[in-house]
Design a protein around this ligand. Structure first.
Ligand SMILES: [Zn+2]
Length: 328
């Protein structure tokens, strides 16, 4: 546990995902506030309890939970906090999430169904070789996801620019869709700090295509636009959802933009008049990745080929339900 700024403790909580640990932030004062909760695993729960105990708190003391986005490594334990406070103090913890991600917290079972449909559609339309496709078991994956999170039917939703009182000053929720459609950064102007969730991370990608829901537009483009919404606060410290604080927001955003431009260029350079599938394009851009990264690589490739199509650099063709791309 560290104190990135006065009144704020960073609690590093383990997750079962390749990304490693995630960060919860405890904001002391009234109301006692937690930003994100970690997944619902015994290890995460023990870590959070121990960290709170060191500060002389227990789970029931948390009065307000502000969620940066509806992914399970950030929301999984919320229900447990709500129950603990209700049991000890007779009223539940207030849990807040942006309205675009609210379903992931309020009714995760329904959300999981929709996610699974998009997941299966992604695999089917990408031209994934049988060998690779067989290694994926969407049903097992969804069952696992359901086991490490829990719905919070009493959670409340907010919209862009809504404000919250905390012990370090007023916090404004700035809507930054991309990594998820309801991602927010919680901005405290008084302390010049941004709780950036997974919108910007210090040394890893934010995976803007991870929701792979093409009905909501090209999420990678939405993400790149959303980077503008915090770029004016270049003197602030960003406290991200994973890894270390970011002290130079402007350079980080510039580096991210360059990274994406390089991917677009690599993809555009690979196009010929010979149709390649989204799967083949993913191998061109991301090389020899393993099955664990397959879904993410495909989702990003679908976004990239649609971005190239928008720029008139590529033509997308549907051949028997499989997406192919050629040079325009
Ligand atoms: Zn996330």
């Amino acid at each position: 546990m560290t104190n990135p700024i006065d009144g704020v403790s960073r609690i590093e909580v383990p997750t079962p995902f390749p990304v490693g640990s995630m960060n919860c932030y405890l904001i002391e004062g009234s109301p006692l506030t937690l930003i994100d909760t970690g997944p619902k695993t015994a290890e995460s729960l023990a870590t959070i309890k121990q960290a709170l105990l060191k500060l002389s708190y227990d789970m029931s003391d948390i009065e307000q939970i502000l969620i940066t986005h509806g992914h399970l490594d950030h929301i999984g334990l919320a229900a447990q906090f709500v129950r603990e406070r209700e049991r000890i103090h007779g009223s539940p913890t207030e849990v807040w999430i942006h309205n675009r991600d609210a379903i992931a917290l309020i009714n995760y079972e329904e959300h999981a169904e929709l996610y699974m449909e998009s997941f299966v559609r992604l695999i089917e339309t990408s031209g994934v070789p049988k060998n690779d496709a067989q290694k994926l078991d969407p049903k097992r994956l969804i069952d696992y996801y359901l086991s490490i999170r829990e719905s919070v039917p009493t959670a409340r939703s907010f919209k862009d620019k809504d404000c919250f009182k905390t012990g370090i000053g007023e916090i404004t929720a700035v809507w930054v869709p991309g990594h998820s459609s309801g991602s927010v950064c919680y901005v405290c102007d008084e302390q010049q700090v941004i709780f950036s969730g997974d919108h910007i991370l210090g040394d890893i990608s934010s995976n803007p295509s991870i929701s792979f829901d093409s009905s909501k537009g090209i999420s990678m483009l939405t993400y790149l636009e959303s980077l503008n919404y915090i770029s004016s606060r270049e003197d602030y410290i960003a406290l991200p959802g994973h890894r270390n604080p970011i002290f130079d927001i402007k350079s980080r955003i510039e580096a991210l933009r360059t990274e994406y431009d390089d991917k677009f260029q690599k993809a555009a350079d690979s196009l010929t008049s010979n149709p390649q599938t989204a799967y083949e394009l993913s191998r061109t851009i991301y090389g020899d990745y393993d099955t664990n990264s397959l879904v993410l690589a495909l989702a990003e490739s679908h976004d990239i080929l649609r971005i190239l199509e928008n720029r008139n650099q590529a033509k997308v063709i549907n051949q028997n339900g499989v997406i192919h791309v050629v040079k325009h």
